[in-house]
Write a protein that binds this ligand. Sequence first.
Ligand SMILES: [Zn+2]
Length: 129
Amino acid sequence: MHEFSAAMSIVETALQAAEEHNARRVTRVNVDVGEFTFLVIDQLIFNFEIASKNTILEGAELKIHTVRGRLRCSDCGFEGETVPDPTLPPEIAAFAPMKCPRCGSAATEIIGGKEFYITDIEAEIASSE
Ligand SMILES: [Zn+2]
């Protein structure tokens, strides 16, 4: 249910923003999702469609931008994208402590990839005709 609660929070936030801007209908919601959120994008879109039913978000496109994980090594100062351990199966590698791709040290800190937020909402604004 990870994806459903994530989808619900997108819907709630987008609805609130749409209301504040007097939107008649939301056409697109752009979201940044970091790879360390471990959200399954297809599931997220599917749940968004369910959660947005009967709201002004219904039929809106959920546009996901995946943000690569980044780490910083306190041993050699490396800063960059994470490289999953190729010797581990992907589902385990994702949760294993990230080793520095330059020096192999495990003294790393994740500095990116946990993002989960709406960057932009496109909507039709009600006009006073
Ligand atoms: Zn290093």
